[in-house]
Design a protein around this ligand. Structure first.
Ligand code: URA
Length: 485
């Protein structure tokens, strides 16, 4: 009998090393005992660290897919998992199609382990609720009780999702800590180590109450998606019973209520002179939050509306929010925003004094693995979203508008104009106001040629300076030739 010792319950590399050495010696699965942690006295032949395979060229037959599944399955609490995985690997050496055999007991068992861990991982992503730590800005702690040992497997997801926060996720067996630079793991904790309820929880309740649709209530499906065992740590869970109880009444009310027509552009401040532009902009922003004018709105986290003073003389228009903007709900706070901020500073402009918005208000992307890859908006998206841009412009009435990149030019001019041409001669916006153009900061960041990127960045600063100067000039006189574009 051979005893293979692993450092921890989820020691995938250790398991893999032992498995390779055992396979090389053709040790049958029933002759291996898997042990986690310190060695116990035993009469058997203990393999503390994985021994190098006797034949250094030995390569077991294994698919990438099996290794991915094995890594997940090791997070399961099933005591037999190490043995099951080794048995599968052992059998696979003589049966290349083993994993395709859907009625094989070992294959079925592995599938069940992977499914259970994947589900637990998904629930953790959905139900971790952070609470702010009093006196420590931007620091959050969450308490979660996973079914399996998924903290280390799942932590990188939270690093990507909450990259700007300092956070800890505490669980009974393991804790993960992230300080905006490094992810570290520590021992388990208790619920008392997490802070008490905070204002964030009111937000969760408000959000949950707002998205609850009584007409779509399916209690069974809700239970499957949000199992009861997670409720005790979810602030919004206390709303579930009263919302369900009131659902029938609310649904009847919705059926009886007269349909509310969507607001028209004319309903905002330009038609109601008593409404201050700031209030009208706030109303517009609220309405835009529910916009579903085009087909990609539903994939983004939310609408990223413009921001800035309602009487700004300069409006800067970008393309569409990126990944970071989509999550934060604010324009230009990611890498392109950092470049823009630096250029604004060089040009002597304050971001607080201008109105910054995008041609398209939702992030368009294609998922690739765990990443969301930017996709340019379609012309139909630009055209639909012009409704909001138009409304923003009617309220802000900027003296000068700077379009950054081709999408913004298309949105403002209503037709495609090459960036180079628009930079040189400017253009008329759809509402007759003066438009200038410049390079999009993201295009500068993407430019592989350093000299070209430097030239584009200098041009951006010069264009910003020019826009700033024009806010104080006689704009029409400044563009004798541009109407011919
Ligand atoms: N790029 C844009 O065009 N807009 C943003 O808000 C961010 C990146």
């Amino acid at each position: 009998m051979r005893v293979a010792r692993l450092d921890s319950e989820t020691d995938f590399e250790g398991w893999r090393g032992h498995a390779r050495a055992l396979l090389c010696d053709r040790v049958p699965p029933e002759e291996v005992t898997w042990q986690v942690g310190r060695a116990q006295d035993t009469l058997f032949d203990i393999l503390d660290a994985p021994a190098p395979p006797r034949d250094p060229d030995y390569r077991p037959r294994v698919s990438k897919r099996f290794l991915v599944d094995a890594k997940l399955a090791l997070c399961h609490r099933d005591e037999e998992r190490f043995g099951l995985l080794y048995r599968l690997l052992y059998r696979m050496q003589d049966n290349a199609n083993l994993m395709s055999n859907a009625v094989d007991d070992d294959v079925i068992r592995l599938g069940a382990l992977v499914k259970s861990v994947s589900r637990d991982r998904h629930k953790m992503r959905a139900f971790v609720r952070f609470r702010a730590v009093k006196g420590e800005p931007d620091t959050f702690v969450s308490w979660f009780e996973p079914e399996h040992r998924i903290v280390e497997e799942n932590a990188p997801f939270f690093v990507r999702r909450f990259a700007n926060m300092k956070w800890s996720i505490l669980t009974p067996e393991r804790s993960a800590h992230y300080d905006r630079r490094e992810l570290q793991f520590g021992p388990g904790a208790s619920q008392a180590d997490a802070p008490d309820a905070d204002a964030l929880e009111d937000l969760w309740r408000t959000y949950y109450g707002a998205i609850f649709n009584p007409a779509r209530l399916k209690v069974k499906a809700m239970g499957a998606e949000m199992p009861r065992k997670y409720w005790k740590n979810l602030p919004e869970a206390e709303l579930i019973a009263p919302l369900i109880a009131d659902a029938r009444k609310l649904e009847a009310g919705m059926v009886e209520a007269a349909p509310t027509p969507p607001r028209r552009l004319a309903d905002y401040a330009f038609a109601e002179p008593d409404l201050l532009p700031g209030d009208a902009l706030a109303a517009l922003r609220r309405d835009a939050a529910g916009c579903a004018l085009c087909d990609h709105a539903c994939h983004a986290t939310g609408t990223v509306f413009g921001e800035g003073p309602p009487d700004a003389t300069l409006m800067i228009v970008g393309e569409q929010p990126g990944d970071r903007e989509d999550i934060a709900g604010r324009p230009f706070i990611g890498p392109a925003g950092d470049l823009l901020d630096a250029a604004l500073q060089e040009a002597g402009l304050s971001r607080d004094a201008l109105y910054l918005t995008n041609a398209v208000k939702h992030f368009r992307f294609t998922p690739r693995g765990k990443q969301r890859i930017h996709q340019s908006p379609k012309v139909s998206h630009i055209d639909h979203c012009r409704w909001w841009l138009k409304a923003e412009r009617k309220l802000v009435r900027p003296r000068v508008t700077l379009a950054m990149g081709a999408t913004a030019i298309r949105a403002l001019a209503g037709r495609a104009i090459p960036v180079g041409t628009a930079r040189e001669v400017g253009f008329d916006c759809f509402d007759g106001r003066a438009g200038l153009a410049t390079f999009h900061p993201a295009a500068i960041l993407r430019q592989p040629d350093t000299a070209e990127a430097t030239m584009m960045r200098e041009a951006l600063v010069a264009d910003l300076r020019r826009a700033k100067a024009m806010t104080g000039e006689d704009i029409v006189a400044d563009f004798p030739a541009n109407r011919e574009v």
